[in-house]
Design a protein around this ligand. Structure first.
Ligand SMILES: Cc1cc2nc3c(=O)[nH]c(=O)nc-3n(C[C@H](O)[C@H](O)[C@H](O)COP(=O)(O)O)c2cc1C
Length: 357
């Protein structure tokens, strides 16, 4: 098995988390330009990938392959989307191993296994948080991926457990680290919690002291200041921005700057989801971000439009609505975006919203 460079992990190297429906190629490129050191694809079905490939895609859509779209592409350099981590989900070790082998043969280098998704459709298939509930099967899946990938290439992302009664993150983390995981990401909530309550950063500290593998923090990292506090409190090796990046892709650079300024500069307690003041963006930078996202979206080939609005535009509207949600006076813009069906109208609305900036 060929050797591979270890992925950068540390406070200077914030990652973009896997985000279903969101971390497509244009968004990853945008976040990388803003300082993300590593980016993850959204979760891809291992079984879907294997079946699509076996059928040769004859006359069929290839939804799982489409999620893997990366560079090089005409006009986009090969290295602009690296390092890239492909996140897989599935409940069957065989398909997870096969999927990694396929991905390796196509040139993908790093892989992550989703052990935390609580969405009913995923859980029903025995994947995501359901797989983590069955530690023996999870380990079998981990081994299949590690064997197919080779050393230095596989990480695992999980929650505290199914619920408080079935908390198992320490045992699971130790077992995965012992099997050769190159990183462990913990989102310290129970699967049954979804996104309610607060992420328990104390659990990150407990995992960190229990395992030798690097620990990445995920959970309630909405601002640069949240991220600095989380790393300080937990001692985690690095972190992933998830919703923080969806609301503000510039959070990567802001975090690196805040970290390098040192402790005295970090604002006090509990910013969290509620603290919109802290997140209020700089207006001209926000406009540049919106326009750059549009430029990247248009640089990447998308689905056929079949005469209707460009599906790339329809998808991007939702992303932009999140960027501007804390921008005073953006309500009308957000509403109008919902009806926007062509690019000229999109640019016009953007200009109107940021008039004078
Ligand atoms: C829209 C959305 C999609 C997500 N998709 C995935 C996914 O595909 N794989 C995964 O492991 N986690 C996924 N997550 C979880 C995030 O990666 C992250 O662990 C979680 O949002 C906690 O971080 P945060 O509180 O800073 O957002 C998703 C979260 C959101 C909000």
């Amino acid at each position: 098995m060929s050797k591979v460079a270890p992925l950068p992990i540390g406070p200077a190297f914030p990652w973009l988390a896997p985000l279903a429906g969101r971390t497509d190629l244009p968004f990853r490129l945008l976040c990388r330009e803003q300082g993300a050191a590593v980016a993850c694809t959204e979760m891809v079905s291992a079984r879907g990938l294997v079946y699509e490939t076996r059928s040769g895609g004859r006359g069929k859509a290839l939804p799982s392959r489409a999620l893997l779209l990366s560079t090089p592409l005409p006009g986009l350099r090969a290295e602009s989307d690296v390092p890239l981590v492909v996140q897989l989900f599935g409940g069957e070790p065989f398909f997870l191993g096969e999927a990694v082998a396929l991905l390796r043969s196509w040139g993908y280098a790093y892989f992550d296994l989703n052990l935390g998704c609580p969405v009913p459709k995923v859980v029903k298939s025995g994947a995501g948080a359901a797989l983590a509930r069955n530690a023996a099967l999870a380990l079998e899946a981990a081994r299949a991926m590690l064997e197919a990938a080779g050393p230095g290439r596989v990480g695992f992302k999980f929650r505290l457990g199914w619920n408080r009664e079935e908390e198992n993150y320490l045992e699971l983390g130790e077992a995965l680290a012992g099997s050769g995981a190159s990183w462990l990401t913990l989102h310290p909530r129970y699967a049954r919690q979804g996104f309610s309550g607060r992420a328990d950063w104390g659990a990150l500290a407990r995992l960190k002291s229990a395992v030798k593998a690097p620990v990445l923090a995920s959970g309630d990292l909405f601002t640069a200041e949240d991220a600095v506090r989380c790393l300080r409190e937990s001692g985690a090796d690095g972190l992933m921005f998830a919703r923080g990046a969806l609301y503000n892709p510039a959070v990567f650079g802001e975090f690196k700057a805040a970290w390098s300024r040192g402790p005295a500069e970090v604002a006090g307690e509990g910013a969290g989801e509620g603290s919109r003041e802290e997140r209020r963006p700089d207006v001209s930078r926000l406009k540049r971000l919106v326009l750059r996202h549009a430029e990247l979206v248009r640089a990447v080939p998308g689905k056929e439009s079949r005469g209707g609005p460009d599906p790339r535009l329809l998808k991007m509207r939702g992303a932009v609505q999140l960027y501007v949600r804390d921008f005073p006076g953006s309500r009308a813009f957000r509403q109008d975006l919902g009806f926007c069906r062509d690019w000229d109208n999109f640019y016009q609305l953007t200009d109107d919203c940021f008039a004078g900036n």
